[in-house]
Design a protein around this ligand. Structure first.
Ligand code: F6P
Length: 524
């Protein structure tokens, strides 16, 4: 097998001689067919990526040389691949893929318990609103799914979220609600997270006499929740082998199960399980998560793009880029390899927003800026919004953007058009460079048949596996997040300094001045 260094060199050389996308399409008119995947309810078209068959083969060889198949087997078999925390990574077991008998029993018992609880709340009709409190992985997944499914399924209860420690978050979530008919769902894997503890305490105070009955918690730290005063029968557990950013498949989503029903939640799990089976069994060259991941590796490590944009042409997926920011950047924003050596270039900045809004905000930069960014366009074929004219316009914009980015517009063509319009030569010289589009800007388009729970499960699991594959290529641990700790420690120290007159000598002059200004403001 060729070693990885040689393969990286080969990729660098291939990048130097790669023809532009327009030439690749001319060379292979069936390129879209050759470079598209259909898995479950997703269609993914990679033909607008700056990749040809030689590049694709070399990327696959790199994946093999990085022992991706072994890592994939270790992952699904429950080996402790999160070595810095000595933990297995078994979120697929939450949707029925992998895990030993004990794990499977824990999962099925908890699914049965959450189902009974969700059905009870739905059927007795006492509660009108759920306030879901949590942050990061205890918020982003449930929030994404809550938004995404709203057109397909009418929620049985209103669902609100509070995540930020800024008092505005819990204030807005509780505003206008009746404590008697509000169920507070407090979610924290660690149950030590400052934001969630403070928001839960605020909600508990607000609930008053109903606090004993109207709060449930979901946590992997039962003892911590009990210490906080939650009664044991109101605690729903999950386990240390579920990473926070991979936890939406667990009781963490109990709010969704109540609002949308356990059956809809099961469809979400089934969609994810379908992607698990594909990722686990499909050969690398036919494997959609592998293709998505290796295309990202090519764009980031070889073509040198520093970021990856994700634009959902679906308002109800507008939280998808935020969800992916945690999934990809908390997983792969690492600076050292598994063995602690300096890593090469890892995870690009993931960013994005909804289309068409972003066309009127930052697409100028994508079309003519000097850096550009590869884009994942995500759209839904069959809309549930009941406005076919709007939906056609939405899709037309999505498809037009990827085409425009790829095709561009040469200066010669601009000049020809201006000339034909009767503009004089001097004016053409001035304006032509501004109206030129370089083109050759890469994108992938992913289409969901419809925005239902199953397709959403397909989509989210696709990106989970993409992040894992990339971590294997970069030789990093995707499942820890030590980088979030330092700021937390300093924040707790500064919090005590804000509330006292303690000396600030240990701080730099910038931080000390900021603290003094805040102290003064608090006293005024
Ligand atoms: O600070 C980062 C983080 O630990 C994430 O990994 C996690 O999803 C989030 O905080 C919330 O943590 P918890 O669920 O333990 O409250």
């Amino acid at each position: 097998m060729t070693d990885t260094k040689t393969l990286w060199d080969e990729l660098d050389n291939l990048a130097k001689i790669l023809p532009p996308l327009s030439t690749l399409f001319k060379a292979d008119p069936e390129r879209a067919t050759h470079m598209s995947f259909r898995v479950g309810r997703l269609y993914a078209d990679f033909s607008k990526q700056r990749i040809n068959p030689t590049v694709q083969n070399t990327l696959l060889k790199l994946a093999e040389a990085c022992e991706l198949e072994d890592w994939r087997a270790k992952f699904f078999s429950g080996e402790k691949i999160n070595t810095t925390e000595n933990r297995a990574v078994l979120h697929p077991a939450l949707r029925g893929t992998g895990g030993d008998k004990d794990v499977q029993k824990q999962v099925s018992d908890m699914r049965a318990r959450t189902r009974v609880f969700a059905d009870k709340i739905r059927n007795d009709g006492h509660y009108k609103t759920i306030v879901h409190i949590g942050i990061g992985g205890s918020d982003l997944g449930p929030r994404l799914v809550a938004d995404a499914l709203a057109a397909q399924t009418k929620p049985a209860l209103a669902l609100r979220f509070a995540e930020n420690v800024d008092g505005a978050s819990i204030n807005d979530a509780l505003d206008g609600l009746d404590p008697k008919t509000t169920l507070v769902v407090s979610v924290s894997k660690s149950f030590t997270t400052q934001e969630t503890r403070m928001n839960t305490q605020a909600a508990r105070d607000w609930l008053g006499e109903h606090a004993g009955t109207n709060i449930i918690t979901v946590t992997a730290n039962r003892a911590g929740a009990e210490d906080f005063g939650v009664s044991p029968d109101q605690i729903f557990d999950f386990w240390d082998w579920v990473g926070g950013r991979y936890s939406l498949w667990s009781a963490v989503s109990i709010s969704l199960q109540i609002a949308y029903g356990p059956d809809v939640f099961d469809q979400l799990l089934a969609g994810a399980a379908e992607m698990d089976a594909h990722f686990k069994d499909a050969p690398l060259e036919k494997n959609l998560p592998v293709m998505l991941a290796m295309t990202g590796i090519w764009n980031c490590n070889v073509l040198g793009y520093p970021s990856q944009a994700v634009i959902a042409y679906a308002r109800r997926l507008r939280k998808f880029s935020s969800f992916l920011q945690q999934l990809e950047m908390e997983s792969n924003g690492k600076g050292v390899t598994r063995s602690g050596q300096p890593a090469g270039v890892t995870c690009p900045i993931v960013w994005g927003d909804e289309g068409t809004n972003s066309q009127h905000a930052f697409f100028q930069h994508l079309h003519q800026g000097t850096q550009g960014a590869p884009i994942d366009f995500i759209a839904v074929l069959n809309s549930a919004e009941g406005r076919p004219d709007h939906h056609s316009a939405l899709l037309a914009n999505c498809f037009a953007q990827s085409e425009a980015l790829m095709v561009g517009k040469s200066e010669a063509k601009v000049r020809e058009e201006l000339n034909a319009s009767g503009m004089d030569a001097e004016a053409i010289d001035l304006i032509a460079p501004h109206k030129t589009f370089p083109g050759n800007r890469p994108s992938t388009t992913i289409l969901l048949d419809r925005l239902d729970a199953h397709a959403l499960g397909n989509l989210i699991a696709l990106y989970e596996h993409k992040a894992f594959v990339q971590s294997v290529i970069w030789d990093i641990n995707a499942f820890d997040q030590w980088g979030v700790e330092l700021g937390k420690v300093l924040a707790s120290q500064i919090l005590s300094e804000l509330e006292t007159d303690a000396s600030l000598d240990a701080h730099d002059s910038s931080t000390a001045t900021l603290i003094r200004l805040a102290r003064r403001a608090a006293k005024s």
